[in-house]
Design a protein around this ligand. Sequence first.
Ligand code: 2AM
Length: 487
Amino acid sequence: MEAAALSRIGLAGLAVMGQNLALNVAEKGFPISVYNRTTSKVDETLDRAQTEGQLPLTGHYTPRDFILSIQKPRSVIILVKAGAPVDQTIAALSAHMEPGDTIIDGGNEWYENTERRIVEAENKGLLYLGMGVSGGEEGARNGPSLMPGGSFQAYNNIKDIVEKVAAQVEDGPCVTYIGTGGSGNFVKMVHNGIEYGDMQLISEAYDVLKNVGGLSNVELAEIFDEWNKGELESFLVEITADIFKVKDEHGEGELVDKILDKTGMKGTGKWTVQQAAELSVAAPTIAASLDCRYLSGLKDERENAEKVLAEAGMKDDVASVRSGVDKKRLIDDVRQALYASKICSYAQGMNLLRAKSVEKNWNLNFGELARIWKGGCIIRAVFLDRIKKAYQRNPNLASLVVDPEFAKEMVQRQAAWRRVVGLAVSAGISTPGMCASLAYFDTYRRGRLPANLVQAQRDLFGAHTYERVDREGVFHTEWTKLARNKS
Ligand code: 2AM
Protein backbone atom coordinates (compact mmCIF):
# COMPACT_ATOMS: atom_id res chain seq x y z
CA MET A 1 0.00 0.00 0.00
CA GLU A 2 1.24 3.49 -0.80
CA ALA A 3 2.05 5.79 2.06
CA ALA A 4 -0.50 8.34 0.88
CA ALA A 5 -3.32 5.82 1.27
CA LEU A 6 -2.61 5.20 4.93
CA SER A 7 -5.20 6.30 7.47
CA ARG A 8 -4.44 8.81 10.16
CA ILE A 9 -6.04 6.69 12.91
CA GLY A 10 -7.83 3.37 13.44
CA LEU A 11 -10.87 2.26 15.41
CA ALA A 12 -11.68 -1.31 16.43
CA GLY A 13 -15.06 -2.33 17.83
CA LEU A 14 -17.98 -1.23 15.70
CA ALA A 15 -20.97 -1.48 17.98
CA VAL A 16 -23.12 1.67 18.25
CA MET A 17 -20.54 3.89 19.96
CA GLY A 18 -17.65 2.70 17.79
CA GLN A 19 -19.47 3.21 14.50
CA ASN A 20 -20.60 6.67 15.43
CA LEU A 21 -17.24 7.79 16.75
CA ALA A 22 -15.50 6.46 13.61
CA LEU A 23 -17.92 8.35 11.36
CA ASN A 24 -17.39 11.48 13.46
CA VAL A 25 -13.58 11.22 13.08
CA ALA A 26 -13.93 10.70 9.31
CA GLU A 27 -16.35 13.60 8.99
CA LYS A 28 -13.85 15.91 10.68
CA GLY A 29 -11.46 15.12 7.82
CA PHE A 30 -9.21 12.47 9.40
CA PRO A 31 -9.01 9.32 7.24
CA ILE A 32 -9.83 6.38 9.51
CA SER A 33 -9.47 2.60 9.28
CA VAL A 34 -12.07 0.48 11.01
CA TYR A 35 -12.15 -3.13 12.15
CA ASN A 36 -14.54 -5.39 14.03
CA ARG A 37 -14.26 -9.03 15.07
CA THR A 38 -17.57 -9.77 13.35
CA THR A 39 -16.98 -8.50 9.83
CA SER A 40 -20.59 -7.67 8.98
CA LYS A 41 -20.22 -4.60 11.22
CA VAL A 42 -17.27 -3.44 9.10
CA ASP A 43 -19.54 -3.52 6.02
CA GLU A 44 -22.32 -1.77 7.92
CA THR A 45 -19.92 1.02 8.86
CA LEU A 46 -18.63 1.28 5.29
CA ASP A 47 -22.22 1.64 4.06
CA ARG A 48 -22.90 4.37 6.56
CA ALA A 49 -19.69 6.20 5.61
CA GLN A 50 -20.95 6.26 2.03
CA THR A 51 -24.51 7.34 2.73
CA GLU A 52 -23.53 9.89 5.37
CA GLY A 53 -21.36 11.87 2.96
CA GLN A 54 -18.71 9.68 1.33
CA LEU A 55 -16.54 9.96 4.39
CA PRO A 56 -12.82 8.95 4.33
CA LEU A 57 -13.23 5.59 6.05
CA THR A 58 -11.74 2.25 5.05
CA GLY A 59 -12.84 -1.16 6.31
CA HIS A 60 -10.46 -3.99 7.23
CA TYR A 61 -11.19 -7.61 7.95
CA THR A 62 -8.13 -8.87 9.81
CA PRO A 63 -6.16 -7.29 12.68
CA ARG A 64 -3.03 -7.28 10.52
CA ASP A 65 -4.55 -5.50 7.51
CA PHE A 66 -6.22 -3.07 9.87
CA ILE A 67 -3.02 -2.14 11.71
CA LEU A 68 -0.91 -1.95 8.55
CA SER A 69 -3.42 0.48 7.03
CA ILE A 70 -2.63 3.14 9.64
CA GLN A 71 0.21 5.65 9.39
CA LYS A 72 3.01 5.54 11.99
CA PRO A 73 3.18 6.24 14.83
CA ARG A 74 -0.17 4.49 14.85
CA SER A 75 -3.06 5.43 17.08
CA VAL A 76 -5.82 2.88 17.50
CA ILE A 77 -9.04 3.45 19.42
CA ILE A 78 -10.67 0.36 20.89
CA LEU A 79 -14.38 0.43 21.70
CA VAL A 80 -15.33 -3.04 22.85
CA LYS A 81 -16.95 -4.29 26.04
CA ALA A 82 -14.93 -3.43 29.13
CA GLY A 83 -12.92 -6.18 30.80
CA ALA A 84 -11.62 -9.33 29.07
CA PRO A 85 -12.73 -8.29 25.53
CA VAL A 86 -10.38 -5.29 25.80
CA ASP A 87 -7.46 -7.57 26.72
CA GLN A 88 -8.33 -9.92 23.87
CA THR A 89 -8.58 -7.07 21.39
CA ILE A 90 -5.29 -5.57 22.59
CA ALA A 91 -3.62 -8.97 22.18
CA ALA A 92 -4.95 -9.36 18.64
CA LEU A 93 -3.98 -5.86 17.54
CA SER A 94 -0.73 -5.30 19.41
CA ALA A 95 0.80 -8.36 17.74
CA HIS A 96 1.07 -6.15 14.64
CA MET A 97 1.92 -2.86 16.33
CA GLU A 98 5.37 -1.34 16.77
CA PRO A 99 7.11 0.62 19.53
CA GLY A 100 5.81 4.17 19.57
CA ASP A 101 2.28 3.15 18.52
CA THR A 102 -0.66 3.99 20.78
CA ILE A 103 -3.67 2.08 22.05
CA ILE A 104 -6.67 4.15 23.22
CA ASP A 105 -9.40 2.34 25.13
CA GLY A 106 -12.62 4.37 24.82
CA GLY A 107 -14.78 2.06 26.95
CA ASN A 108 -16.18 2.50 30.46
CA GLU A 109 -13.23 0.63 31.92
CA TRP A 110 -12.34 0.18 35.56
CA TYR A 111 -9.37 2.50 36.05
CA GLU A 112 -7.11 -0.17 37.55
CA ASN A 113 -7.47 -2.29 34.41
CA THR A 114 -6.16 0.68 32.46
CA GLU A 115 -3.25 1.08 34.87
CA ARG A 116 -2.34 -2.58 34.40
CA ARG A 117 -2.56 -2.24 30.61
CA ILE A 118 -0.42 0.89 30.64
CA VAL A 119 2.39 -1.17 32.19
CA GLU A 120 1.81 -4.07 29.78
CA ALA A 121 1.86 -1.67 26.83
CA GLU A 122 5.02 0.01 28.10
CA ASN A 123 6.73 -3.37 28.19
CA LYS A 124 6.13 -3.59 24.44
CA GLY A 125 7.13 0.03 23.83
CA LEU A 126 3.51 0.97 23.21
CA LEU A 127 1.75 4.06 24.55
CA TYR A 128 -1.66 3.85 26.19
CA LEU A 129 -4.65 6.04 26.93
CA GLY A 130 -7.82 5.19 28.85
CA MET A 131 -10.33 7.63 27.42
CA GLY A 132 -13.77 8.24 28.89
CA VAL A 133 -16.32 8.97 26.16
CA SER A 134 -19.65 10.47 27.14
CA GLY A 135 -22.61 11.55 25.09
CA GLY A 136 -24.20 8.30 24.01
CA GLU A 137 -24.85 7.51 20.40
CA GLU A 138 -25.63 11.08 19.39
CA GLY A 139 -22.60 12.50 21.16
CA ALA A 140 -20.25 9.95 19.62
CA ARG A 141 -21.51 10.86 16.15
CA ASN A 142 -21.62 14.65 16.48
CA GLY A 143 -19.38 15.62 19.37
CA PRO A 144 -18.84 13.78 22.65
CA SER A 145 -17.08 14.88 25.81
CA LEU A 146 -13.74 13.07 25.90
CA MET A 147 -11.70 12.31 29.02
CA PRO A 148 -8.32 10.87 27.96
CA GLY A 149 -5.81 9.86 30.63
CA GLY A 150 -2.53 7.97 30.49
CA SER A 151 0.47 8.76 28.30
CA PHE A 152 0.83 12.49 27.59
CA GLN A 153 2.83 11.68 24.47
CA ALA A 154 -0.06 9.52 23.25
CA TYR A 155 -2.45 12.40 23.91
CA ASN A 156 -0.29 14.75 21.89
CA ASN A 157 -0.31 12.27 18.99
CA ILE A 158 -4.11 12.54 18.71
CA LYS A 159 -4.70 16.01 20.15
CA ASP A 160 -5.61 17.57 16.79
CA ILE A 161 -8.11 14.78 16.13
CA VAL A 162 -9.85 14.71 19.51
CA GLU A 163 -10.06 18.51 19.62
CA LYS A 164 -12.03 18.47 16.37
CA VAL A 165 -14.10 15.38 17.18
CA ALA A 166 -15.21 16.53 20.64
CA ALA A 167 -18.22 18.73 21.26
CA GLN A 168 -17.42 22.42 20.90
CA VAL A 169 -18.48 25.02 23.45
CA GLU A 170 -17.66 28.72 23.57
CA ASP A 171 -14.56 28.13 25.66
CA GLY A 172 -13.12 25.34 23.54
CA PRO A 173 -13.46 21.67 22.63
CA CYS A 174 -14.84 19.33 25.30
CA VAL A 175 -11.59 17.43 25.73
CA THR A 176 -8.45 17.93 27.76
CA TYR A 177 -5.56 15.76 28.90
CA ILE A 178 -6.91 14.53 32.25
CA GLY A 179 -3.74 13.16 33.83
CA THR A 180 -1.57 10.07 34.06
CA GLY A 181 -2.61 6.46 34.75
CA GLY A 182 -6.27 5.59 34.86
CA SER A 183 -7.38 9.16 35.56
CA GLY A 184 -9.46 9.42 32.36
CA ASN A 185 -11.49 6.35 33.27
CA PHE A 186 -11.82 7.47 36.87
CA VAL A 187 -13.10 10.90 35.89
CA LYS A 188 -15.58 9.29 33.49
CA MET A 189 -16.72 6.96 36.29
CA VAL A 190 -17.40 9.89 38.63
CA HIS A 191 -19.13 11.72 35.76
CA ASN A 192 -21.46 8.73 35.54
CA GLY A 193 -22.01 8.76 39.31
CA ILE A 194 -22.96 12.43 39.08
CA GLU A 195 -25.25 11.50 36.19
CA TYR A 196 -26.99 8.95 38.45
CA GLY A 197 -27.52 11.74 41.00
CA ASP A 198 -28.89 14.19 38.43
CA MET A 199 -31.33 11.64 37.05
CA GLN A 200 -32.48 10.65 40.54
CA LEU A 201 -33.02 14.29 41.56
CA ILE A 202 -35.01 15.00 38.39
CA SER A 203 -37.15 11.91 39.01
CA GLU A 204 -37.86 13.15 42.54
CA ALA A 205 -38.83 16.60 41.23
CA TYR A 206 -41.21 14.78 38.85
CA ASP A 207 -42.60 12.63 41.67
CA VAL A 208 -43.29 15.63 43.92
CA LEU A 209 -44.80 17.73 41.13
CA LYS A 210 -46.94 14.87 39.93
CA ASN A 211 -48.12 13.48 43.24
CA VAL A 212 -48.02 16.45 45.61
CA GLY A 213 -48.67 19.12 42.97
CA GLY A 214 -51.06 17.06 40.87
CA LEU A 215 -49.40 18.11 37.61
CA SER A 216 -50.33 16.34 34.38
CA ASN A 217 -47.74 15.18 31.86
CA VAL A 218 -48.66 18.14 29.66
CA GLU A 219 -47.97 20.52 32.55
CA LEU A 220 -44.76 18.67 33.44
CA ALA A 221 -43.53 19.05 29.86
CA GLU A 222 -44.23 22.79 30.03
CA ILE A 223 -42.47 23.17 33.38
CA PHE A 224 -39.37 21.29 32.29
CA ASP A 225 -39.26 23.27 29.04
CA GLU A 226 -39.44 26.43 31.09
CA TRP A 227 -36.77 25.24 33.54
CA ASN A 228 -34.57 24.52 30.56
CA LYS A 229 -34.50 28.24 29.81
CA GLY A 230 -33.04 29.16 33.21
CA GLU A 231 -30.43 28.07 35.73
CA LEU A 232 -31.36 24.39 35.27
CA GLU A 233 -30.73 24.46 31.50
CA SER A 234 -29.23 21.07 30.71
CA PHE A 235 -29.47 18.06 28.46
CA LEU A 236 -31.24 15.95 31.10
CA VAL A 237 -33.90 18.60 31.81
CA GLU A 238 -34.40 19.09 28.07
CA ILE A 239 -34.90 15.39 27.31
CA THR A 240 -37.17 15.03 30.34
CA ALA A 241 -39.51 17.65 28.84
CA ASP A 242 -39.53 15.66 25.60
CA ILE A 243 -40.29 12.39 27.39
CA PHE A 244 -43.50 13.82 28.90
CA LYS A 245 -44.73 14.74 25.40
CA VAL A 246 -44.59 11.29 23.83
CA LYS A 247 -48.00 9.62 23.49
CA ASP A 248 -48.41 5.89 24.01
CA GLU A 249 -48.94 4.28 20.62
CA HIS A 250 -50.58 1.27 22.28
CA GLY A 251 -53.19 3.07 24.31
CA GLU A 252 -54.40 6.19 26.08
CA GLY A 253 -52.15 8.85 27.53
CA GLU A 254 -48.39 9.21 27.51
CA LEU A 255 -45.79 6.49 27.19
CA VAL A 256 -43.94 7.52 30.38
CA ASP A 257 -46.84 6.22 32.50
CA LYS A 258 -46.60 2.78 30.91
CA ILE A 259 -42.92 2.22 31.58
CA LEU A 260 -42.07 -0.37 34.21
CA ASP A 261 -40.51 1.35 37.23
CA LYS A 262 -37.36 -0.77 37.44
CA THR A 263 -34.05 0.95 36.67
CA GLY A 264 -31.22 -0.78 34.84
CA MET A 265 -27.53 -0.03 35.40
CA LYS A 266 -24.13 -1.05 34.16
CA GLY A 267 -21.91 -0.54 37.19
CA THR A 268 -20.16 2.83 37.04
CA GLY A 269 -22.50 4.28 39.68
CA LYS A 270 -21.69 1.40 42.01
CA TRP A 271 -17.97 1.90 41.44
CA THR A 272 -18.34 5.59 42.26
CA VAL A 273 -19.98 4.82 45.60
CA GLN A 274 -17.43 2.10 46.36
CA GLN A 275 -14.60 4.53 45.64
CA ALA A 276 -16.20 7.21 47.80
CA ALA A 277 -16.26 4.72 50.69
CA GLU A 278 -12.68 3.62 50.01
CA LEU A 279 -11.49 7.22 50.10
CA SER A 280 -13.64 8.25 53.11
CA VAL A 281 -15.47 10.84 51.03
CA ALA A 282 -19.15 11.42 51.74
CA ALA A 283 -21.22 11.02 48.58
CA PRO A 284 -24.72 10.55 50.00
CA THR A 285 -26.65 11.92 47.02
CA ILE A 286 -24.89 9.60 44.59
CA ALA A 287 -25.27 6.70 47.07
CA ALA A 288 -28.99 7.50 47.44
CA SER A 289 -29.44 7.36 43.69
CA LEU A 290 -27.72 3.97 43.57
CA ASP A 291 -29.82 2.66 46.48
CA CYS A 292 -32.93 3.87 44.73
CA ARG A 293 -32.01 1.87 41.64
CA TYR A 294 -31.62 -1.21 43.82
CA LEU A 295 -34.98 -0.62 45.50
CA SER A 296 -36.63 0.05 42.16
CA GLY A 297 -35.53 -3.44 41.13
CA LEU A 298 -37.63 -4.97 43.93
CA LYS A 299 -40.89 -4.31 42.10
CA ASP A 300 -42.71 -7.39 43.44
CA GLU A 301 -41.58 -6.78 47.00
CA ARG A 302 -42.63 -3.13 46.81
CA GLU A 303 -46.07 -4.05 45.55
CA ASN A 304 -46.39 -6.56 48.34
CA ALA A 305 -45.20 -4.05 50.95
CA GLU A 306 -47.76 -1.56 49.68
CA LYS A 307 -50.48 -4.12 50.23
CA VAL A 308 -49.27 -5.39 53.61
CA LEU A 309 -48.86 -1.88 55.01
CA ALA A 310 -52.27 -0.80 53.70
CA GLU A 311 -53.77 -3.78 55.51
CA ALA A 312 -51.82 -2.76 58.61
CA GLY A 313 -53.52 0.62 58.50
CA MET A 314 -51.08 2.73 56.46
CA LYS A 315 -52.94 5.78 55.17
CA ASP A 316 -52.14 7.56 51.96
CA ASP A 317 -51.56 11.14 53.02
CA VAL A 318 -50.82 12.51 49.56
CA ALA A 319 -54.35 13.78 48.98
CA SER A 320 -54.51 15.76 52.21
CA VAL A 321 -51.07 17.29 51.66
CA ARG A 322 -51.97 18.10 48.07
CA SER A 323 -55.15 19.93 49.09
CA GLY A 324 -53.11 22.43 51.09
CA VAL A 325 -50.53 23.10 48.40
CA ASP A 326 -50.23 26.22 46.27
CA LYS A 327 -49.32 24.67 42.93
CA LYS A 328 -47.50 27.68 41.52
CA ARG A 329 -45.41 28.07 44.64
CA LEU A 330 -44.66 24.34 44.73
CA ILE A 331 -43.37 24.42 41.14
CA ASP A 332 -41.03 27.28 41.94
CA ASP A 333 -39.91 25.64 45.18
CA VAL A 334 -39.15 22.34 43.42
CA ARG A 335 -37.03 24.17 40.86
CA GLN A 336 -34.96 25.69 43.65
CA ALA A 337 -34.77 22.41 45.57
CA LEU A 338 -33.52 20.65 42.46
CA TYR A 339 -30.83 23.26 41.88
CA ALA A 340 -29.60 23.29 45.47
CA SER A 341 -29.61 19.48 45.60
CA LYS A 342 -27.57 19.38 42.40
CA ILE A 343 -24.92 21.70 43.81
CA CYS A 344 -24.44 19.34 46.76
CA SER A 345 -24.27 16.33 44.47
CA TYR A 346 -21.59 17.95 42.30
CA ALA A 347 -19.71 19.00 45.43
CA GLN A 348 -19.58 15.32 46.43
CA GLY A 349 -18.41 14.19 42.99
CA MET A 350 -15.73 16.86 42.81
CA ASN A 351 -14.49 16.08 46.30
CA LEU A 352 -14.26 12.40 45.43
CA LEU A 353 -12.14 13.36 42.42
CA ARG A 354 -9.96 15.55 44.58
CA ALA A 355 -9.35 12.75 47.10
CA LYS A 356 -8.35 10.36 44.32
CA SER A 357 -6.20 13.00 42.66
CA VAL A 358 -4.26 13.47 45.89
CA GLU A 359 -3.90 9.71 46.41
CA LYS A 360 -2.68 9.09 42.85
CA ASN A 361 -0.86 12.37 42.22
CA TRP A 362 -3.01 13.04 39.18
CA ASN A 363 -3.06 16.77 39.68
CA LEU A 364 -6.60 17.01 38.32
CA ASN A 365 -7.76 20.43 37.17
CA PHE A 366 -11.35 20.68 38.40
CA GLY A 367 -12.15 23.84 36.44
CA GLU A 368 -11.10 22.05 33.25
CA LEU A 369 -13.19 18.99 34.13
CA ALA A 370 -16.26 21.18 34.60
CA ARG A 371 -15.46 22.88 31.30
CA ILE A 372 -15.21 19.67 29.25
CA TRP A 373 -18.53 18.53 30.74
CA LYS A 374 -20.26 21.66 29.43
CA GLY A 375 -20.92 20.05 26.07
CA GLY A 376 -21.30 16.61 24.52
CA CYS A 377 -21.90 14.58 27.65
CA ILE A 378 -25.05 13.50 29.42
CA ILE A 379 -24.57 15.88 32.37
CA ARG A 380 -23.91 18.90 30.12
CA ALA A 381 -25.47 21.94 31.67
CA VAL A 382 -25.15 25.70 31.79
CA PHE A 383 -24.50 25.35 35.53
CA LEU A 384 -21.14 23.68 34.83
CA ASP A 385 -19.79 27.03 33.70
CA ARG A 386 -20.42 28.30 37.21
CA ILE A 387 -18.54 25.31 38.63
CA LYS A 388 -15.67 26.00 36.24
CA LYS A 389 -15.52 29.59 37.44
CA ALA A 390 -15.68 28.56 41.08
CA TYR A 391 -12.56 26.40 40.65
CA GLN A 392 -10.87 29.12 38.60
CA ARG A 393 -11.47 31.54 41.46
CA ASN A 394 -10.02 29.03 43.88
CA PRO A 395 -8.38 25.82 42.60
CA ASN A 396 -8.15 24.58 46.21
CA LEU A 397 -11.82 25.14 46.98
CA ALA A 398 -12.74 22.83 49.88
CA SER A 399 -16.30 22.40 48.62
CA LEU A 400 -18.52 24.01 45.99
CA VAL A 401 -20.87 24.86 48.85
CA VAL A 402 -18.36 27.39 50.25
CA ASP A 403 -17.57 29.09 46.96
CA PRO A 404 -18.89 32.63 47.62
CA GLU A 405 -21.24 32.54 44.59
CA PHE A 406 -22.63 29.09 45.29
CA ALA A 407 -22.88 29.85 49.00
CA LYS A 408 -25.14 32.78 48.18
CA GLU A 409 -27.27 30.62 45.90
CA MET A 410 -27.61 27.93 48.56
CA VAL A 411 -28.75 30.45 51.13
CA GLN A 412 -31.29 31.93 48.71
CA ARG A 413 -32.74 28.52 47.91
CA GLN A 414 -32.66 26.75 51.23
CA ALA A 415 -36.12 27.81 52.43
CA ALA A 416 -37.74 26.48 49.25
CA TRP A 417 -35.61 23.34 49.47
CA ARG A 418 -36.75 22.67 53.04
CA ARG A 419 -40.39 23.27 52.10
CA VAL A 420 -40.20 20.71 49.29
CA VAL A 421 -38.48 18.07 51.39
CA GLY A 422 -40.89 18.77 54.28
CA LEU A 423 -43.94 18.41 52.06
CA ALA A 424 -42.58 15.24 50.51
CA VAL A 425 -41.89 13.76 53.93
CA SER A 426 -45.39 14.53 55.19
CA ALA A 427 -46.96 13.18 52.00
CA GLY A 428 -44.86 10.00 52.21
CA ILE A 429 -43.28 10.67 48.82
CA SER A 430 -39.68 9.50 49.12
CA THR A 431 -37.07 11.99 47.98
CA PRO A 432 -33.83 10.24 48.96
CA GLY A 433 -31.61 12.34 46.71
CA MET A 434 -32.96 15.71 47.83
CA CYS A 435 -32.95 14.59 51.46
CA ALA A 436 -29.38 13.31 51.15
CA SER A 437 -28.25 16.59 49.60
CA LEU A 438 -30.01 18.64 52.26
CA ALA A 439 -28.59 16.52 55.07
CA TYR A 440 -25.15 16.81 53.48
CA PHE A 441 -25.50 20.58 53.37
CA ASP A 442 -26.77 20.82 56.94
CA THR A 443 -24.04 18.51 58.22
CA TYR A 444 -21.23 20.18 56.34
CA ARG A 445 -22.20 23.72 57.31
CA ARG A 446 -22.49 23.09 61.05
CA GLY A 447 -19.47 23.93 63.13
CA ARG A 448 -20.60 21.58 65.86
CA LEU A 449 -22.09 18.13 65.30
CA PRO A 450 -23.27 15.45 67.74
CA ALA A 451 -20.07 13.52 66.98
CA ASN A 452 -18.98 14.40 70.52
CA LEU A 453 -21.53 11.89 71.80
CA VAL A 454 -20.37 9.20 69.39
CA GLN A 455 -16.80 9.77 70.57
CA ALA A 456 -17.91 9.46 74.19
CA GLN A 457 -19.69 6.19 73.41
CA ARG A 458 -16.63 4.85 71.61
CA ASP A 459 -14.46 5.78 74.55
CA LEU A 460 -16.90 4.24 77.03
CA PHE A 461 -17.20 0.81 75.44
CA GLY A 462 -13.89 0.53 73.61
CA ALA A 463 -11.47 2.93 75.28
CA HIS A 464 -10.97 4.52 71.84
CA THR A 465 -10.07 7.84 73.53
CA TYR A 466 -11.23 11.32 72.56
CA GLU A 467 -9.93 14.83 72.10
CA ARG A 468 -11.33 17.91 73.85
CA VAL A 469 -12.45 21.20 72.40
CA ASP A 470 -10.72 23.20 75.14
CA ARG A 471 -7.33 21.58 75.64
CA GLU A 472 -4.68 19.62 73.74
CA GLY A 473 -4.16 15.92 74.14
CA VAL A 474 -5.82 12.54 73.97
CA PHE A 475 -8.12 11.52 76.81
CA HIS A 476 -9.79 8.49 78.23
CA THR A 477 -12.43 8.50 80.91
CA GLU A 478 -13.84 5.72 83.12
CA TRP A 479 -17.37 6.73 82.10
CA THR A 480 -19.34 3.89 83.67
CA LYS A 481 -17.51 4.08 86.97
CA LEU A 482 -17.97 7.82 87.22
CA ALA A 483 -21.62 7.65 86.15
CA ARG A 484 -22.64 4.84 88.47
CA ASN A 485 -20.45 5.33 91.54
CA LYS A 486 -21.18 8.90 92.20
CA SER A 487 -20.18 8.81 95.81
P1 2AM B 1 -18.57 -8.33 17.79
O1 2AM B 1 -19.40 -7.47 16.88
O2 2AM B 1 -17.64 -9.21 17.04
O3 2AM B 1 -19.39 -9.07 18.82
C1 2AM B 1 -19.62 -4.48 21.68
O4 2AM B 1 -20.02 -5.72 22.10
C2 2AM B 1 -18.41 -4.57 20.77
O5 2AM B 1 -17.39 -5.29 21.44
C3 2AM B 1 -18.67 -5.29 19.47
O6 2AM B 1 -17.99 -4.59 18.47
C4 2AM B 1 -18.07 -6.65 19.73
O7 2AM B 1 -17.61 -7.32 18.59
C5 2AM B 1 -16.89 -6.28 20.56
N1 2AM B 1 -16.37 -7.41 21.32
C6 2AM B 1 -16.92 -8.01 22.39
N2 2AM B 1 -16.13 -8.98 22.84
C7 2AM B 1 -15.04 -9.01 22.05
C8 2AM B 1 -13.87 -9.79 22.01
N3 2AM B 1 -13.64 -10.75 22.93
N4 2AM B 1 -12.97 -9.55 21.04
C9 2AM B 1 -13.19 -8.58 20.14
N5 2AM B 1 -14.29 -7.80 20.12
C10 2AM B 1 -15.20 -8.02 21.06
